[in-house]
Design a protein. Structure first.
Length: 208
């Protein structure tokens, strides 16, 4: 039966968890800031999902911190987190990530069988693995419209993609290339925008 890690390793592991906690606070704060900006479109239920993921992650951090088996917690988090990301990215690299997740899951199961005291660490890792990818995806979502010198780049939105099955629209640019404007619509939404000198100067979003 394996025991808890040595003090130096334990210190490094807890420092890593502290950094992860700071990252979670930053990600949730970013989500709140973006939710107040129309161009990002994070609806109220999206903020609720992010808040729920943040709370679950905090519980996972506490369990992992108190378990004294941080390595097992991190390994479990990676196994579950890669599985979640694999499902979300199933049309691209999802299969590879799911295979890695399965391999790590086997390692976690073997370590749990050898160390019955690691249950709390594994539980914390599971909660972190489920919550961290969800919060990260929401926090890292870009704006619907990003103005650039000489053009406009439109981004994809997780929530609009789930709410609407189709979309379309059009855009126009002034002869001097300094001003761009356009309109985009889907089954449930419509928004217009205007960019000037690479900056978004007007944005209006409405549900249909």
């Amino acid at each position: 039966m394996s025991g808890p890690p040595s003090p130096p390793i334990q210190f490094v592991g807890r420092a890593g968890l502290a950094l992860l906690g700071a990252g979670l606070i930053f990600a949730f704060g970013t989500t709140i800031v973006h939710a107040r900006q129309e161009a990002f479109y994070i609806p109220a239920y999206g903020v609720g999902i992010a808040a729920g993921a943040f709370c679950v992650a905090v519980i996972g951090l506490v369990l992992s911190w108190r378990s004294r088996r941080v390595g097992l917690a991190v390994l479990t988090m990676l196994a579950v987190g890669l599985g979640v990301i694999g499902v979300l990215a199933i049309l691209s690299i999802g299969i590879v990530l799911l295979a890695i997740s399965l391999a790590l899951g086997v390692v976690v199961a073997a370590r749990l069988a050898a160390d019955r005291g690691g249950t709390a660490a594994a539980a914390g890792g599971v909660l972190l693995g489920l919550a961290v990818p969800v919060l990260a995806v929401i926090a890292m979502s870009g704006p619907l419209v990003e103005c650039e010198p000489g053009g406009v780049r439109q981004g994809e939105n997780l929530f609009l993609g789930a709410e609407s099955s189709s979309g379309g629209g059009g855009s126009a640019m002034s002869p001097d290339g300094r001003t761009s404007s356009g309109r985009t619509q889907g089954d449930t939404y419509e928004y217009t925008y205007r960019c000037q000198d690479g900056k978004l100067v007007d944005f209006d979003f409405r549900h249909r």
